[in-house]
Every structure is written in structure tokens, then in C-alpha cells.
Design a protein. Sequence first.
Lengths: 596, 158
Amino acid sequence: MASKNNTDIKSLVIRVCVGTGGLAAGSQEVIDEFTKLLKKKGVRAEVLKKCVNKTGCRGFCAKDVLADVIVDGISHTYQLLTAENVARIVEEHIVGGEPVEQWLVGPEYHAFHDKQTKILLHECGHIDPEDINAYTEIGGYNGARKALTMKPENIIAQIKDSGLRGRGGAGFPTGLKWEFCRNADSDQKYIICNADEGDPGAFMDRSIIEGNPHSVIEGMIISGYAIGASFGYIYIRAEYPLAIERLKIALSEARSNGFLGKGIFNSDFDFELKIKEGAGAFICGEETALIASIEGKRGMPRSKPPFPAHKGLLGKPTVINNVETLATLPSIMTKGAKWFSSIGTEKSKGTKVFALTGKIKNTGLIEVPMGISLKEIIYDIGGGMEKKNRTLKAVQTGGPSGGCIPAANIDMPVDYESLAAAGSMMGSGGMVVMDDLTCMVDMSKFFLTFTANESCGKCVPCRVGTKRMLEILTRITEGKGKSSDIDLLLELGKDIKLASLCGLGQSAPNPVLSTLHYFRDEYEAHINEGICPAGVCKSLRRYTVSDEACKMCGKCKTVCPSDAVTWEKKQKAVISKEKCIKCGACYEACPFNAIL
Amino acid sequence: MSLKVDEIIGVVSSVLDETQKKRGTLIHAFQEIQKEQNYLPEEELVKLSKELDIPMSDVYSTATFYKQFYFTPRGRKIVKVCTGTACHVRGASKVMDALKNEFNVGDGETTEDLAMTLESVGCIGCCGLAPVATINEGIIGEIDSPKLSKMIEDIKED
Ligand SMILES: Cc1cc2nc3c(=O)[nH]c(=O)nc-3n(C[C@H](O)[C@H](O)[C@H](O)COP(=O)(O)O)c2cc1C
Ligand code: FES
């Protein structure tokens, strides 16, 4: 590229990632440095805060500080920036027109993005979530504007045609749910956005709200109008203060633009929204419990029918949709049902956002077309296992309601049906990658602890059943399992699923049942042989050094906190049974897998 | 504390009756009280019960249902250790155990001098940084042994 004089630059935008990760890595200093140097050079530039939290941005903040330098529309992304690097970028790239190759993001970054299809996350991290104009400039609110010129029935038909299914877990067809509500006879109806996001390991909804709150509001306007609701609630976890703050700003901006309130978009449709903060109960994500909570009661679910679409909030017909479902609506309205249904598989349309976490290299939020294989997610987008010497064991989806897919099945497509057939579920989108150091019994115990804790106590199968299952799992991990325990777990699991009142109990045994299905041998090893093959269950651990595998590097001695390892140069390590506190530090540190 | 019921409920109050309105403000009122006093003192709940015409038993039963509400005073530093899935996989229990031992408190307990309260919490939405903990508003991610020692120091200093 020919050398450029800075006056040639028509537009210069610099976006710096200010995520939780970014801030910790010094992104504020980077921003300050850019601003200072550019001012000195007399270059007019917009220095923007790229994304607001680690998870909301591109999920690639292991390489923080990330920054985009966009000269006349051509963007280059830098990684691992510090304030000291800024001067050279300004000098060589912005003034000189030559990007600083060595600091640009590498192939990993591109691999992370290339296989993704971003509909929902497209704007997240690219527009200022606290400025409504940033959203309207890229066509925001056109979906709602268009919807308001249509007959509600036609909107519902369009959503039905698109094949959109609820992203909150169960995957119920959105258009159909709306139709039930639309057809219910009532003077008052409500639309509720479910932003309770209680699944541990999931943070998609929060990121969408933090990154692009107006898309959720726009979705609510569309659905509100379609079902004939003039009021809506956004029920959001109190643990998400930044998301709440962003929503409040977005609501007030939408109001002053005439997108909320009386006669919105100059139509005769009135629509108002209100934020309700949850008070910390997982069960309140379940729709009938959520309704009870908004009404000011204990958040306990009730049996269905009647479904909320007939009798919901305060007894009135109500539609409850997940954040992601709602945020998808604007693009279906503007781009059409055909466009949306062209993405995905026969029964699962569009894209899904996942929170990719666990023992994988690139953790973060990803958005992929339905039907993509787990393998592509893990190896292409996720960059493979976090540690080279570890192998993939399983992938957990659906959180405490879901199950795991063993490594052997990772060619499987990710869609509602395939996941269910494999004994797991789509759930809200948590995806946890586990390596051979993960104990499946421990994992089930972990999820069961969660569900047993969160069980609201209303129905016996769930309240008592989960507790009993947890006790059994606990004794197995402590080496006190009985040979009858596996059958007992299977039987209890089946009964709890059948007899529980709500989705929590009906799905709580899934993590146990699915690991029993695929990893029964691990349970048996715990019970019959008293060993934990993954080396996680403390009471069963005996750490020893394999004479063949030990390369005498001494790493284990360095990391041992209790001085239990004896090792001298050129000697094999020995672990003292008496001193060992079974913390597993040596096991994790050994580069040769020589600790058994 | 006096409650502006209509204001709290917002525009939707135009379609609600009095009982529905009052009931609808209950949880919000808890949140306000707790923001001010950092727990829900009994006197306040009694007052609330009178003001909203909801029996004390019902007020109490609703408040105790939600994990967010506390009925005893809390520490000046609230330390929350995430034990969500991602953090669990990456060793949250080590962090929790270390803090328990250091401050001699159990999960959910407050030190006698009210210096700190230790809690395990569900996913706080930073799984990419697992294991994660928070001290008051501040987030600490990717906690390893050095960071853990630093955390303990931070908690100790007043
Ligand atoms: C125990 C339990 C927890 C749930 N948590 C959530 C949640 O956090 N967010 C959510 O959107 N849906 C959650 N759901 C599903 C909701 O009940 C409901 O199906 C969903 O919000 C409907 O929206 P959708 O059709 O757009 O998916 C939960 C269900 C159960 C049984
Ligand atoms: S599991 Fe700890 S932040 Fe999500």
C-alpha cells in the first residue's frame, strides 16, 4: 500500500474491547493512548469501546486487549495490545498505511469466526448499545415498523413459516404459541421476555441484552402487536446489573423516540414495557413460576394446562418468550421467513447461540447455524482441547436439564431432534467441553446438587427424589457405593421424570441417566473397584508415579503444596501416601501423564 | 419507608386492582429494603406487611423463597465464588475451600467481625474466565494460586 498522509484518511474508527477481560488486561490505557496520540497527530478518529463485557463481545478475549483499527472501512484486528504498542500502530498503520503484521490476529481468530453465522450476535460488540441511533442506523426497528403495517395474523403466519422455535429450552414453535394467545378471548394480554437465564454455564441472553438491547425490545413490540398485548415485562436476573442498566437506557430512548408508549410508530397501537428484577431462584425461569414471581408471590410453578397462552399473568393470556427468540424476530420481519428457514435443518431453523466453555481453547459465545456438527464447533471454532495432552471425553449440553454426548458421537448435527435423540437437549445453549480429567459421576453429582437445591419443594418426586439421587451419587463418589445403586438410580430417574410437576423435575435426572447410558463403566469402577478413572473423586484417589512414564522432570515436586513428592535430578519421583493431600496438582502438572 | 405503589408498578397499574398492585410491589419492596439495610430486618417486614395488607406469614414466606434475601446482617465484603458448570470444571471448589479455611467460615456465613461474607453462587455469566469470584462489585477471573493469595489479601484489608 502506498504511504498515506493522514489527511487522506476519510474515516478512522478504532474499537477497543473493554470487556471484563479487556479492562483487566488494560484496555482503558490503550484507549487513552490512542486518543492522546491521535490528537497529537491531528487525526480525527472515533475511539469506541468495542464491547462491554468479555462474554458479550467475541468470546476471544483470551487474546485481550483486542482492537479493531478501521481506516476508510478496511478493518484490521490487533490482539494482545498494550498501551506501549499503540504508538507504533498510529505511526505505521494509521499514518503510514502499513498495518503492523506481527500484532495482527492470527489464523486462530479467523477460524473462531469463519464457521459462525451471526444473525443475533452480528451487531453485538459492533454498535454502541447505549445509543439508539447506532441501532436505527443499521436498520433497527424497521422490523417493528413493518410489523405494525401488517395484520397480526399475517405476522403470525410469517413466524410460523420461518420455522422459528423457542430458544429458551423446550423448542416450542413460536408462531404456534402466539396463535394460541392471539385466539384467546380477553380484554388484556401480556408479553413477557424471559431473561432469567439461570442455567449454570450459560450467558447468551445476558450478552445479547448487553450488546444489543434494542433488538430485544423490538422483538417484544413485534410479538406484543401480533398477540394483541399492550403491556410487556422483561423478567431479568438481578445478578446481571450491567444488562439491567443497558435495558433501562434502551427503554427510555425507545420511549422518547416514540417506539414505546401511546400510538407507537404513529400507529394506533399502544405498547409499554417494564423491567422486573428476579430475586435469585432458578425455578423462576420456568414460565408459570416466573408469572407467580411477577405477581409478587413465591415463584412456584403450577401444573399445565391451562397454558400461559390461555391463562397467564394475572389470569390473562400471556406469551413468554426467551431473549434469543425475541431478538431473532426483527430480522425475520425484515428479511422474510424464507431467508430464515433457508438456514438450518429440516426441523430446526436458523441459528443458535451457544456459550462454549470448559476444557477448550477458545471459550466464549458462538452463533452457529442449526445442524452444524459438534466436531466443527469443538475443533474449528473452539480450536480443540485446551491442553494438548488431553483428549475429548464428552460435551455437555442443556445444563442441569440436559445430558452429555460422548466423544465418539461428535459427528452428530446440533439440532433439537438430534440432541434429544442422544439423550441430551438443546436447552438454553450452554455447551461444556470435558476432557479425560472429568469424572462423569462427579459431573452428575454437580448437576444434581444444583437441581436438588433449586427444587422449589412443591412436588414430592422432585423435592425428595432429587435429594435421594444426590445421596446415592455422593456415596458413589466417596467409594461407598453399593452394587444395587445403578439400578436404583435408573429407577428413581425414570420415576422422577414421569411424576414431577414441572420441567425442572422432569429433566433433573437427565445428566445422571445420560452419563449412566454412555459411561456406565465409570460408575461401575467407582462402585466395584473403588477407583475414579478420571482421578477427580478425592476419597478414591491414590496418587502414584508410573515408573515407565516418568521422565524425571520434577514438575510434580514444584507444584506439590504439601511436600509429598520426593525427587532429585535424574531420579524418578515418589509420592508419599502420608503427606499427600490428594489435591491433584501433580496430576494436572505432569506433562507425560505419568501420575496415576 | 413509604411505598409509591403506582410508581413502582408503572403504566400497567391502570389495568390492575388494588390487591394486585400491592402484591406486585412486594418483591420490589424487599429489594429496596435490602439495598438500604443490606438485609431484611424483621421490623421492616412487619411494617411492610401492614402497609401492603399482606399477612406477615405470607410476607415472610415470599421473602424466604428467594435466595437474594437475607435475614441477618451481612459482611462488609461479600465474596461470591462461582460454582457454576464452567467454574466447577476449572476448579471452583479449590477456591471455595481455600477461602473457607482462611476465614474460618462456611458457605453462606459471615465472619464474627462482619468483615466478610462467603457465598457460593450459580453462574455469574463470565464462564470464559472460569474460575471466577467477586468481591463486592469487582470480578476476579482465571483464579490461580497467586490470584487466590492476592484475593485473600484484598479481603483482609479494610
Ligand atoms: C426449571 C426451568 C428453568 C427455565 N429457565 C429458563 C430461562 O432461564 N430462560 C428461558 O428463556 N427459559 C427458561 N425455561 C423455559 C421457559 O419455561 C419457557 O419455556 C421459555 O421461556 C419459553 O420461551 P421460548 O418459547 O422463546 O423458548 C425454563 C424452564 C424450566 C422448567
Ligand atoms: S460457571 Fe462460573 S461464570 Fe459461568
